[in-house]
Design a protein around this ligand. Structure first.
Ligand SMILES: C[S@@+](CC[C@H](N)C(=O)[O-])C[C@H]1O[C@@H](n2cnc3c(N)ncnc32)[C@H](O)[C@@H]1O
Length: 218
């Protein structure tokens, strides 16, 4: 299902901050080396939006679950306040080795820490502190409910949790779409909407991006 009319999609891409040479080269290398996985990479306009949101919340400490070849990590790290850092989680040594090269090239290698391993374990091992200003979740969909809970409790009030692919190419409204990932995304969408700890909106940006802001404690 096209979430947005394809012609409008192209227009939207043409009217977001353009990708620079580093991101263009990263997208081209990913397309050449991993064509069967290219759809996992976030788009140029979503990258621009991540940079914008990171800047808007003045994030100094950010968290990413799902690095792949590094497009979103670069987009987030570029929006961090001076001295800010990104903790990036993934399981793939192979894919993140491409990310590492581009972090270096973008001058961000010192600001991004990669933790390899199942992200549920990585998150649960983090201190129980409200340390993060922004978290971007874009890994295995079945674990979204756990990723959401583990990141939200470590987010400062006023911070953002961003969840990618929350429309699942429209399968969220297809009753016949019942694979574990479809069900997990419907579940997390319902959890976020009903969660009194956040205010949220599910944006029709590409495959759906949920933006949830942790509300300040009374
Ligand atoms: C959709 S891709 C991320 C795309 C990335 N955000 C980008 O902009 O290019 C999903 C990533 O999640 C990782 N992943 C899958 N299962 C995981 C798990 N259990 N723990 C950590 N990472 C996982 C995959 O290795 C893959 O790199």
């Amino acid at each position: 299902m096209d979430i947005v009319n394809p012609a409008l999609n192209d227009y939207l891409l043409d009217h977001a901050t353009p990708a620079d040479e580093v991101l263009r080269d990263l997208a081209a290398e990913t397309a050449a080396a991993l064509p069967e996985h290219l759809s996992m990479q976030i788009s140029q306009d979503e990258g621009a939006f991540l940079t914008l949101l990171t800047r808007l919340v003045g994030a100094r400490r950010a968290l990413e679950v799902g690095v792949f070849t590094g497009y979103s990590s670069i987009s987030i790290a570029r929006g961090l306040a001076p001295g800010g850092t990104l903790l990036a989680c993934d399981v793939s040594e192979e894919w993140t080795s491409i990310a590492r090269r581009y972090w270096q090239r973008a001058g961000l290698a010192e600001r991004i820490e990669l933790r390899l391993g199942p992200a549920v374990d990585t998150l649960k091992a983090l201190p129980e502190e409200e340390a993060f200003d922004l978290a971007f979740i874009d890994a295995d969909k079945v674990s979204y409910p756990v990723y959401y809970e583990e990141t939200l409790r470590r987010l400062r009030p006023g911070g953002l949790v961003l969840l990618d692919n929350t429309l699942r190419e429209g399968r969220v409204v297809d009753p016949e779409a019942q694979d574990p990932a479809d069900r997990a995304i419907r579940e997390i969408n319902d959890i976020v909407t009903a969660d009194p700890r956040v205010e949220s909106v599910l944006l029709p940006l590409r495959d759906g991006l949920t933006v949830a802001r942790k509300t300040a404690r009374p």
